[in-house]
Write a protein that binds this ligand. Sequence first.
Ligand SMILES: [Zn+2]
Length: 521
Amino acid sequence: MKTRHLLLLVLFIVSFQLLTAQPNINLIPKPLSLERTKGVFKITSSTMISVSKNLNNKAKQLKNFLEPALGFELPVTNKLTQRNCIELKLEPSTKESGKEGYQLDIKPDKVVLTANDEKGIFWGIQTIRQLLPSQILRGAVVKDISWELPCMLISDKPRFKWRGLMLDCSRTFISKEQIKRYLEVMSYFKMNVLHLHLTDDQGWRLEILKYPELTGICSKFHESFKEPSEFQGYYSQDDMREIIEFAGQRNIEIIPELEMPGHSSEIFAAFPTLSCKGDTSKIHPFFKGPSVHNEILCAGNEANFRFIENILDEVVTLFPSPYVHIGGDEAPKKHWKECPKCQNRIKEEGLKDENELQSWFVKRIEKYLNTKGKKLIGWDEITEGGLSSSATVMYWRGWVKDVPEKVAGLGNNLIMTPTSSCYFDYNYETTSTEKVYSFNPVAVAFGAEKSEKILGVQANFWSHIDRTSSAIDKQLFPRLIALSETAWSSNDNKDWNEFKIRLKTIKKSLDIIGIYYFNEQ
Ligand SMILES: [Zn+2]
């Protein structure tokens, strides 16, 4: 009898555990809270999408995401439906979740996605996509599959409001189509900023109507280098509008970066008089010349400011983002030291040295941007020689440890992109996916008490080493997926070993989307 009782007890425990065990829910980034409940919601040909009229566009997006693989239509109704529907609704009562947070309640008879804002609804839709079998990402009908959503209650919101990726489109031109591929994947992992490094010594990549030479001459490598045509080129303003719109539909903001005063030698291929020395430059692939040029925009020449302001006038009209990134990194001061115009400027403005001249330069550009209602971002060198009170600093020089403290102490905002964890041009031996995952931006910068000064995190991809589409994919993935969780999920919720299991399944989604990724040993 005793043995029988024991057996029954064991059976009871096992079945209880089976019922209550958390099956592996493969969501990345991990939601703030997830409570698994019993049952599943099945999407069938009689399922409807129920929305209020102001969310018709989100219903359309949900349809577009799901219908190609489902092979049947999900009709949209503006009437409240009680059963077999996915309901999307805006509800201001969930204020603490901000614009990007959402609640997702999946019950056997109904799915309800609630948020304060369309942004939250969009992220909730991405969660629904990830909860379905990964075949849902296929562009064609998938047969013999049950489209089930496991029942659960999710309450979610991001840790950081800036969850970014930078693509260097100068060292190697990155096509509009490839940018769209990345925007698709970024939005699937709830990343919301794409920073485009549009100008550098290797080429000017954005059409400026007032200066056609910038794209006519400065977007091409010198012919003597015989660079493949796909590595050079530019985005017309129409291309850029298309990218911005495509990104906007996916909750992603495009941040333009125009490098100044250094990393600007490509400009002198067409406008040599804007440099201190006046020499015409010959645009070379990254490894065929110096990685940092001494040629620099002359800070003493008023014509330069008219030139920059005319360019910025077009940029601020083209890009809806409140931010314009002006670079500001690695600006060698050799030519400024030797230039009578620059030395004259230092004297006139009562500046101490060339570092202060750079700071004066940046502040002047910032003032101009502010008159256009825009905010300036610069690489962390803009802190040298004095920082204006409103500039946002992108921290990249991880070895200059006191920058975050200094920036936050002045009350300025920071975006964390240190080389140690966020440089995706580095190989995987140097920067493994685990290293990216383990990165805690607040701990690296300072104590938690100043975390509100950290807008967020960003991966930077410089395109001088890996240049083909598949090679760039492999540099970005799976590291970008790891960073998406660092950017969105709470630090307490992170666990590398458990993430690895989810990542394994998510890689199947990358296979379906057609994204290459690096396989680490
Ligand atoms: Zn000069």
